[in-house]
Design a protein around this ligand. Structure first.
Ligand SMILES: [Zn+2]
Length: 503
């Protein structure tokens, strides 16, 4: 505890592969290579921070000279392993590329690599934050990688593998480390708690695991504070206090009131929490998470609408931390949840979902198809700077709206487009007959395959849009699709319990 933040993590850094949480796909291949004495000469470990890249790199360095039988390497106990674990092995160089990234640094490194190892069969070079190396530094290193000395093993660790030159990547064996699941993190924390003789409620473990967002290092830093408090049992409420999160009952209360249409009571509750010191953004983020959890238990259109409205409000909250922004976010959620069924509460599971008003008929015969020519004309009509960002969108006309969909990497374009909706709207109306313009940003990596290019078959123009949605199932609802993308949710269960009753 005396070591302050991070001490626990160092103390607990695994000295054997079986102590590393997760990353099975990496461990298996590496252990196999160690057993067969067939390690590559250069590895690339990529993935988010705090998920074990450097830990595994050190295990590799240990294995290289471990004195245990091959199947047990690294043993974590022999002289070689201990020297590596304690950071005092003369043949293991751990370099932070963020601060040693010049050509001169690389030259000095190469000179060191010419010398034979002192104690181990190989020198191991671990280059942390490898993407921080300058291009010229990489070039200086390239020759060494092309004809690596027999006695050198490289490990490049990076959070941004895409920033490494292709020439480097092609000469390394690449392992992608993934974020850890909440259960994986909670399991490790449980073991630490048991060892420390502290009883920690499961809910508290899960909260901490979730706050760590997949990074074991963050989870252990947080847990160090739990150990320092030495409170046993450590409850869910303790964890909420530690993490600065509003209590779950409070969130449930606000959500209940919003969905029941008691907007003033919801606002009052939220204001009270604001005065207690909770940041609007924290309240809204946690409220979103609470609604998400509800939705995963049972689909409900009002909950979904409220959730999506809150999500949109999040951008405003990023810029404005005042109570007004918080109230506006809740009002949006309230309004969004309103048009849904007569009873806005979650429907009784035994009864079918409450009927919802039929979708409004198309007021005027707006052109339901967007041809490539029309889209190009529209782009031409835009100011040139706006054209450059809008061009990245995949456009579609849906229910009278021009929907501009941006793939995940185009967040900037999406934001610029959103900021310019007022400029786009009159042009979209004039050129495409669209009543409004919506910008959508895909959170998922994959491009949704079901989006057709802007040239639908002629009969689509005749069919009213609402019919199309019903025919294609719940995923045709753009809000549901957005949710699926947001949470990468399994939508199988939703198909069994139809959300709309128009089929
Ligand atoms: Zn050993």
């Amino acid at each position: 505890m005396m070591g302050g933040m991070g001490a626990l993590y160092r103390r607990k850094r695994p000295t054997r592969f079986d102590a590393v949480v997760g990353q099975e796909h990496v461990k298996e291949v590496l252990q196999n290579a160690i057993r067969k004495d067939r390690l590559a000469q250069a590895y690339l470990f990529s993935g988010p921070r705090g998920v074990g890249k450097t830990t595994v790199a050190r295990l590799l360095a240990m294995a290289v000279g471990c004195q245990a039988p091959p199947a047990e390497r690294p043993c974590g106990a022999c002289e070689h392993c201990r020297r590596v674990a304690e950071g005092r092995h003369p043949d293991v160089l751990e370099i932070d590329a963020a601060s040693n990234n010049s050509v001169d640094d690389v030259r000095a490194l190469k000179e060191r690599l010419l010398l034979a190892p002192l104690l181990a069969p190989k020198k191991v070079v671990i280059l942390d934050e490898a993407h921080m190396m300058s291009k010229s530094a990489f070039n200086a290193l390239l020759k060494t990688l092309e004809e690596p000395p027999e006695h050198v093993l490289f490990v490049f660790a990076t959070t941004e593998p895409e920033r490494l030159p292709a020439t480097i990547k092609s000469r390394t064996q690449h392992f992608r480390f993934r974020r850890l699941r909440e259960e994986e993190i909670a399991g490790k924390l449980r073991a630490i708690a048991e060892e420390a003789g502290i009883e920690v409620e499961e809910d508290a473990l899960r909260l901490i695991a979730r706050a760590a967002e997949g990074a074991m290092r963050d989870a252990e830093s947080l847990f160090e504070r739990v150990l320092a408090l030495a409170k046993s049992p450590f409850t869910r409420a303790d964890a909420e206090a530690l993490l600065g999160l509003p209590p779950e009952e409070v969130l449930a209360g606000i959500a209940d009131r919003l969905l029941a249409g008691e907007v003033e009571a919801a606002l009052e509750e939220a204001r009270a929490r604001f005065l207690e010191g909770y940041a609007p953004r924290t309240l809204v983020t946690e409220l979103k998470r609470h609604l998400r959890d509800r939705l995963m238990e049972r689909p409900d259109e009002a909950v979904l609408s409220a959730l999506l409205a809150l999500d949109e409000a999040d951008e405003v909250l990023a810029r404005n931390e005042g109570p007004l922004a918080l109230e506006l976010a809740l009002l949006r959620a309230y309004r969004a949840a309103r048009p849904a069924p007569a009873s806005p509460r979650a429907p009784d599971p035994a009864s079918p979902p409450a009927p919802k008003p039929p979708p409004p008929p198309p007021r005027e015969p707006a052109p339901a198809e967007l041809t490539e020519t029309a889209w190009r004309d529209f782009l031409e009509a835009l100011p040139i700077t706006l054209r450059a960002v809008v061009r990245e969108a995949r456009p579609a006309l849906k229910g009278g709206a021009l929907v501009l969909r941006f793939a995940k990497p185009h967040r900037f374009h999406y934001e610029r487009t959103r900021a310019a909706l007022a400029t786009l709207a009159p042009l979209a109306k004039k050129r495409l007959g669209a009543e409004r313009v919506e910008a959508v940003h895909d959170e998922a990596d994959e491009e949704p395959a079901e989006e057709p290019p802007p040239a639908p078959p002629p009969e689509a123009a005749a069919a009213p849009p609402a019919r199309e949605e019903g025919a294609a199932g719940p995923l045709a609802d753009p809000r549901l699709r957005r949710l699926a993308e947001l949470f990468r949710a399994e939508l199988k269960a939703w198909g069994e319990e139809p959300l709309s009753n128009d089929s």
